[in-house]
Design a protein around this ligand. Structure first.
Ligand SMILES: Nc1nc2c(ncn2[C@@H]2O[C@H](COP(=O)(O)OP(=O)(O)OP(=O)(O)O)[C@@H](O)[C@H]2O)c(=O)[nH]1
Ligand SMILES: [Mg+2]
Length: 198
């Protein structure tokens, strides 16, 4: 899969700024610092497209990117970078502002074909479990990706991923991903393609 074009469209602070176009949309969501920006850059092979930060909780807007690839099954689509949830140090009022924004997007988008939930390989979080359960309940079964899998030792990898999958209540296998090594990239593209085509 070669990315021919990946362009930032805009950041949305409210639903009036969401797209109303024809292109299929794929949304990425996860707890702050889970490695979402890194994964988007690795997926699109563009180093500085999504901002990677050491200060969690920086992305508070819905960021839209238009992507063109050489794969006929995924020729043009919109990648939607949703704000990170659950960062405690951000004030309550700010969090109260952006949780509805995420819900408005996920509830309202007609072009949304897939939601990718990012969870950290070594962390089983109640918030991740709730997000996944909520997506299932609104009829949007997510693709779940376990990030930073390079941080797992080979000896703990299988049991850690199995524990995570069971803890999150998933029937389907999660996709192990590392933005550092590129592991999981092809598998995630495959999963996205399946959703966009059907
Ligand atoms: N070892 C390793 N570190 C990673 C990986 N992905 C991200 N990181 C590190 O994790 C930290 C957070 O990465 P980001 O990609 O900014 O995470 P984010 O989810 O976009 O964070 P916010 O936008 O701040 O919520 C950075 O220090 C990254 O370098 C990975 O695959 N492996
Ligand atoms: Mg980010």
């Amino acid at each position: 899969m070669k990315i021919l074009k990946a362009e930032f469209i805009r950041s949305c602070a409210g639903p009036e700024q969401f797209l109303r176009g024809e292109l299929p949309e794929v949304a990425f969501i996860g707890r702050s610092n889970v490695g979402k920006s890194s994964l988007i850059n690795s997926l699109l092979q563009r180093k500085g497209l999504a901002k990677v930060s050491r200060t969690p909780g920086k992305t508070r807007l819905v960021n839209l990117f238009e992507v063109t690839s050489d794969d006929p099954g995924l020729a043009r689509f919109v990648l939607v970078d949703l704000p990170g949830y659950g960062y405690a140090r951000v004030s309550k009022s700010l969090r109260a502002e952006w949780a509805p924004l995420i819900e408005q997007y996920l509830d309202g988008s007609e072009q949304l074909r897939a939601v990718v939930v990012l969870v950290e390989s070594r962390v089983l979080s109640e918030q991740d479990r709730e997000t996944i359960a909520w997506l299932l309940s609104v009829g949007r079964p997510p693709i779940v990706v376990a990030t930073k899998v390079d941080k797992l030792k080979m000896s703990e990898r299988i049991s850690a991923l199995r524990r995570l999958q069971e803890g999150l209540g998933l029937d389907e296998a999660l996709i192990p991903y590392s933005s550092s090594t590129g592991e999981g990239r092809d598998r995630l593209w495959g999963a996205l393609k399946e959703r966009i085509q059907t």
